[in-house]
Design a protein around this ligand. Structure first.
Ligand code: HEM
Length: 465
């Protein structure tokens, strides 16, 4: 089936002009395109036909109802270079099998065990902070979430190799800037992409860490009761009855390691930034934590009693969605919103665009956790989709909510951040939405904060920035 209507969209007479505009300001370009041309906009990047879909119901159509007509978009095809055939990048039967194998690691009863580790690592992290010290909040959160994912899923302590991993991660995330995504495959494969060599070196560093972890675990032979033990023991009962090769194992570990910390770290970093900018919200958060936890560390069971904490984190992921763009490639001719999508075209759905749509969120750039109060009427399903949807929905969603809320509830009891004046905080859309220059802030001990077991002063002076 092919429907001949072309959607409206930005056109340029100069070849490459649209790609240039996109490269210069990806977020601005997508937002302007959707606002100007509507819920389905068509354009080309290089020679690639693109359809930007920005209506929640149509996004649901692509991600859920017509999921079988699409494969992962180009960005993730390129990520395969690094992530191999892991859960994020594999397709079809291999993806389904791997998802079945990995899923039990994210079951509710498993999360219960992870919660205590998340809180313990957050407390250890906070214990090393000193009042008055200037930190990059983004790096702080990256280190913490990396330690959490490594400990919970792989029972591995990353503290020793953190520096090397940092550098490698920086190269890796940076090299997935949008240009590379739209270059022909052969340019990338033959290393003609300028940053290919640096990317290879970064991959080798991460490989060394991960293969080292796998080898140590195989040699030890003990069941640690974590995801790595499960993956090592897993056999494909529906298929050839064999276990995973070291390569497949490496791909899964690399995938979960990367997908499992970069996103949550950014969500938390943006949350701290917003709290620092909005002292009135910070005060309410503090009051809730104080009332419910009274200085003790939180547990997973406390989370239902912390609705405001959840509202804050939800709103932060609306304003700064860590996954800001999803791509799908049409495996066959199909149609979305009445427009024909030819086979091979790429459909883009941007959380950045939808989460800032004034039809769904009046005054969309304003930080307002009240949008998520219980009495606010429900919005359409894909008006908010930080975790994607359909069969490729984030497998770590429950993990990420637990982690985000527990880390916030643990650290915000003792600490607040005061932004360093003049430091530019600018979102940079790479694989995830990172702050381009980091978020520099002074660590401040909360007035009246107490460690577990300490008595709380009756009335507490509160300094507000
Ligand atoms: C705030 C935190 C997170 C956000 C915003 C996020 C977002 C997403 C999104 C949007 C997708 C779908 C991508 C697509 O459809 O193309 C995804 C997939 C995935 N995420 Fe997350 N994620 C987060 C945390 C995590 C965590 C903590 C883990 C693991 C520990 C994880 C593991 C994965 C994996 C393995 C996939 C691929 C699933 C599949 O294709 O079957 N994510 N994530």
């Amino acid at each position: 089936m092919r429907i001949a209507i072309e959607p409206p969209g930005p056109r340029s007479r100069l070849p490459g002009a649209t790609l240039l505009r996109f490269r210069r300001d990806r977020l601005g370009f997508l937002l302007a395109t959707a606002r100007t041309h509507g819920d389905v906009a068509g354009f080309t990047l290089g020679r690639q036909p693109i359809y930007l879909v920005s209506d929640p119901a149509m996004i649901q159509d692509v991600l859920e109802l017509q999921a079988a007509s699409f494969t992962k978009g180009r960005a993730l095809e390129r990520a395969r270079h690094l992530l191999g055939q892991g859960l994020l990048t594999s397709e079809g039967e291999l993806h389904q099998r791997q998802r079945r194998l990995v899923m039990p690691a994210f079951h509710k009863q498993r999360l219960a065990g992870y919660g205590a580790t998340m809180v313990a690592l957050a407390r250890a992290h906070g214990a090393a902070w000193q009042p008055g010290r200037v930190v990059d909040v983004a790096t702080e959160m990256m280190h913490l979430t990396r330690a959490i994912v490594a400990k919970t899923l792989f029972d591995h302590d990353v503290a020793d190799d953190a520096g090397e991993i940092d550098a490698a991660m920086g190269v890796l995330v940076g090299s997935f800037g949008s240009v590379a995504l739209f270059l022909p495959e052969w340019v990338v494969e033959r290393g003609l992409w300028p940053s290919a060599a640096r990317l290879e070196a970064a991959r080798a560093t991460l490989d060394a860490t991960i293969y080292g972890m796998i080898a140590a675990r195989r040699a030890e032979g003990r069941d640690h009761g974590d995801l790595l033990s499960m993956l090592l023991a897993a056999v494909d009962e529906d298929g050839d009855g064999r276990g995973m090769s070291d390569r497949q194992l490496r791909d899964e570990v690399m995938t979960l390691f990367l997908a499992g910390h970069e996103t949550t770290a950014n969500a938390l970093a943006w949350t701290w930034f917003l709290l620092a900018e909005h002292p009135e919200v910070d005060l309410r958060l503090d009051a809730e934590l104080d009332r419910v936890l009274a200085g003790r560390p939180p547990t997973l069971d406390d989370l239902p009693a912390l609705p405001y904490t959840r509202m804050v984190f939800t709103e932060a992921m609306r304003l700064y969605p860590p996954a800001w763009l999803l791509g799908r490639r049409a495996a066959r001719d199909c149609s979305v919103g009445g427009f024909g999508i030819p086979r091979g075209a790429v459909v883009l759905m941007s959380q950045w665009v939808v989460h800032h749509d004034p039809r769904l969120y009046p005054d969309p750039f304003r930080f307002d956790p009240e949008r998520w109060a219980a009495d606010v009427p429900a919005r359409p399903k894909y008006a908010y989709f930080p975790f994607g949807g359909g069969p490729r929905r984030c497998i770590g969603e429950a993990f990420a909510w637990a982690e985000g809320l527990l880390v916030l509830a643990t650290l915000a009891q003792g600490w607040r951040m005061r932004l360093v004046p003049g430091h530019p905080v600018v979102p940079e859309p790479l694989i995830t939405l990172r702050p381009r220059h980091g978020i520099r802030a002074v660590l401040e001990r909360r007035a009246g904060a107490r460690g577990p077991g300490e008595a709380k002063p009756a009335a507490r002076p509160r300094a507000v920035a």
